[in-house]
Design a protein around this ligand. Structure first.
Ligand code: FAD
Ligand code: A2P
Length: 275
């Protein structure tokens, strides 16, 4: 191709710079065959609220391939962190899983979402209930100093099929309790409760079953869910959200939104049946 033809072809490509930030990958960590996290540069102009998601992607042949991703880092972090699934044959993640430091990823400019403290009324205990990659928005929230001012206690639950899939949240909680900014508060106020469903282990069972049986509250020294002082954020598969939302509604929790704060908020960790 001649110089002029190459220039013309470049000019025809859809404009990317205005719609997206181009971020440099700083580090990548693989946890299992299906899970990894990565950290990227943060544009100075990028502001978000803990718990929000943003579009993340890679350049495609004709147009960028973009998917929703929760920001997993706190708002004060100089970098941005994301926690990702690797879907076999997935349009984005079959390529994203191969990123290396120095590579570039695209990020949309408008963060959004309902898993934010603005969408909840004040309360005493905040439950963050997650399965799989649904822990990502909570990875941001548990490192946010405000959260420990708003709530006396923050209970993070994470349920996965296997122990190996809990590695990210185990490491995250350890890091949070040793963090210079929020470590002291987290050590006193953050409770981490994990379980697995397809392996034998110290704690087994779906979070729904552990709530119904009372095992969760017995272990953390609390009373059953009560909208008078408990607030709940839920992130997981559609089936998990549906079941937990129903359980909360039965207990008279009111769903909140950015426009009208309530007692609980929910958000899909992904759309579809899961891998
Ligand atoms: P897709 O074509 O998007 O997905 C193919 C199939 O894989 C889906 O139909 C579903 O069955 C399954 N799948 C997709 N994502 C997941 C997942 N996370 N866990 C289990 N099964 C899945 N994904 C993340 O990895 N981290 C996040 O922080 C994250 N945040 C999200 C926030 C929101 C609000 C939404 C709606 C989705 C989020 N997702 C997240 C899912 C993400 O948008 C993509 O679906 C995922 O990156 C896979 O993209 P893909 O193109 O490879 O496959
Ligand atoms: P299970 O192994 O019994 O299906 P997935 O990887 O499919 O997204 O699942 C992540 C975790 O969420 C698994 O431990 C899974 O348990 C659990 N899970 C699936 N459906 C529900 C549901 N309706 N309520 C609570 N937990 C669920």
């Amino acid at each position: 191709m001649s110089e002029a033809a190459a220039e013309a072809a470049r000019a025809e490509r859809p404009a990317k710079s205005s719609a997206f930030h181009e971020l440099e990958v700083h580090s990548v960590k693989h946890y299992t065959d299906t899970l990894f996290s990565f950290r990227v540069s943060r544009p100075e102009t990028f502001r978000f609220r803990a718990g929000e998601f943003v579009m993340i992607g890679l350049e495609g042949e004709k147009k960028p391939i973009l998917r929703a991703y929760s920001v997993a880092s706190p708002t004060w972090d100089e970098e941005l962190e994301f926690y990702s699934i690797k879907v076999p044959g997935g349009a984005l993640t079959s390529r994203l899983k191969n990123i290396q430091p120095g590579d570039r990823v695209l990020m949309g400019k408008k963060p959004t979402g309902t898993l934010v403290t603005d969408a909840l009324r004040p309360g005493r205990r905040l439950y963050l209930l997650s399965t799989g990659t649904g822990v990502a928005p909570f990875a941001s929230l548990i490192r946010e100093p405000d959260v420990y001012e708003y709530y006396d206690e923050v209970v993070l639950t994470h349920t996965c099929r296997t122990h190996a899939e809990l590695a990210y949240s185990e490491e995250l909680v350890e890091r949070t309790k040793n963090d210079p900014l929020v470590g002291e508060e987290a050590a006193k106020q953050l409770v981490y409760f994990n379980s697995v469903t397809r392996e034998e282990g110290a704690r087994t069972g779906r979070v729904t079953d552990l709530i119904r049986s009372g095992a969760l509250f017995e272990e953390i020294g609390g009373k059953p869910l009560d909208p008078e002082h408990d607030r709940v954020m839920i992130c997981g598969s559609e089936a998990m959200l549906k079941e937990l939302k129903e359980m909360c509604l039965e207990r008279d929790f009111i769903e909140g939104s950015n426009a009208k704060p309530g007692d609980m908020v929910i958000e899909k960790a992904f759309v579809g049946e899961g891998v």
